[in-house]
Write a protein that binds this ligand. Structure first.
Ligand code: SDX
Length: 380
């Protein structure tokens, strides 16, 4: 048999087309439906970027107003979702909590949908489901954090846009415009990134004609891993372990000697730096100034400069977003659920694209197990 060339982890393998986003490591750029993500982060509310990813064009003022009206209808925690979250132990990981909540939303919404033959739904149904999930996730993430802190649920406010309302439900106070802007930028930067592991997982599930909720639940499972979305939580664990800039060199000596992966650094596609980092770093800088935390900036810069100098591996988006979310006041365990709230827009855009392509994803494998053999007396 000819030597089969295995592409471990599908590294470098182009498996399909997508029109949702373009990641270009050569030019270190990322386009959402043709727009540079830096321009979107600097000029758009997250609602407009969600609309762009789903529909392919930025919304008109009328279309944005309609999306905002529809989003507000689905912000509040439903009784089924709240009951499901309340059944979980307080120690449950927030990623498991959000995964469970999405499952409940799907089970309720798909309840009357009959056989699996109807699971995949129409493009109109899936767009509506995408908007409803996008609208519902902030309350799920905010309630989970407040519940773990022993605090009461805070109901959404219709007078606040997506990011301001998310922060209101999480902290019970109107956030400063500087904080809202930094948070809004992070949501846009986290929204979409072509065929990353969680998005590809969602596409595989969609390719069997399964439903959008099942695909999002699968994507959440993939995002949880520290090699992927879980890295933003892991960045804070590392920063807390190091403590201050003075400890970085000794800490890195030990970590690298132990061959540890330094979370928040490296990327399968970007090898000369993640295109999103400068924009998220600028947002972090505004938060460092707003909260007067130069110590955070010192530790961030020292660890980055030391690790890049030693390994030539650059930060990815999770490196600046971790400390940014920490400064805003989110619990470390809430960081990756924030990633879900943003990436659900990219996931659902890809789910709708995959559903339209109608092509089952089923790669081959090269067998390297024991040769054929037979049970004694088992052969006729
Ligand atoms: C995200 O795909 C996406 O687009 C994902 C994402 C998105 O928006 O969806 O961008 C979000 O997931 C960003 C990545 C977050 N993950 C982390 O920060 C975890 C730490 N990073 C590494 O685990 C690693 O960099 C990966 C998994 C991200 C990428 O790994 P690759 O491309 O498979 O590269 P590799 O693991 O083969 O590394 C090549 C070498 C190895 O050394 P050798 O074994 O060859 O000696 O570089 C080393 C690795 O050990 N290396 C690291 C490292 N990253 C790579 N060593 C220490 N720390 C690191 N962070």
């Amino acid at each position: 048999m000819s030597e089969t060339e295995i592409k471990k982890g599908l590294a470098g393998v182009v498996v399909d087309y997508t029109a949702v986003s373009k990641v270009n490591p050569e030019s270190n750029s990322l386009l959402y439906r043709g727009y540079p993500v830096q321009e979107l982060a600097a000029t758009q509310p997250f609602e407009a970027v969600a609309y762009l990813l789903w529909n392919g064009e930025l919304p008109t003022a009328q279309q944005l107003a309609e999306l905002r009206t529809e989003e507000r209808k689905h912000r509040a925690l439903t009784e089924q979702v709240r009951a499901a979250i309340d059944l979980l132990p307080l120690e449950a990981h927030p990623m498991d909590e959000v995964r469970t909540a999405v499952s409940v939303i799907g089970a309720v919404d798909m309840g009357g949908s009959g056989s699996v033959l109807d699971a995949s739904g129409s493009p109109e149904q899936n767009l509506q489901r995408s908007i409803q999930l996008y609208a519902a996730l902030p309350a799920i993430v905010a309630y989970g954090q407040r519940r773990r802190r022993g605090l009461e649920l805070i109901e959404p406010r219709d007078d606040l846009d997506y990011s301001a309302n998310f922060l209101w439900m999480a902290f019970g106070e109107e956030a400063d415009p500087v904080v809202i802007d930094a948070f809004n930028r992070s949501m846009i930067l986290y929204a979409e990134h072509s065929f990353n592991a969680s998005t590809f997982a969602a596409r595989v599930i969609t390719s069997t004609l399964s439903d959008l909720y099942s695909a999002v639940v699968g994507a959440i499972g993939a995002l949880k891993g520290p090699l992927h979305g879980g890295a933003n939580e892991a960045v804070l664990h590392i920063m807390n372990e190091i403590g201050s800039a003075d400890n970085v060199e000794a800490w890195l000596d030990k970590a690298l000697a132990e061959k540890r992966k330094i979370m928040g650094f490296g990327h399968r596609v970007y090898k000369n730096g993640d295109s999103r980092v400068p924009t998220m770093k600028a947002a972090l800088d505004t938060l460092v100034e707003h909260y007067d935390r130069p110590d955070v900036a010192e530790l961030y810069s020292k660890l980055e400069s030391e690790f890049v100098a030693r390994k030539g591996i650059y930060p990815n988006l999770d490196y600046p977003s971790g400390p940014a979310y920490s400064l805003i006041g989110f619990d470390t365990l809430t960081f990756t659920p924030l990633f879900i709230a943003a990436r659900v827009t990219g996931w659902t855009a890809h789910i709708m694209e995959q559903a339209a392509s109608n092509a089952l994803i089923r790669p081959l494998s090269a067998y390297n197990g024991v040769e054929e053999r037979h049970v004694e007396g088992g052969q006729a």
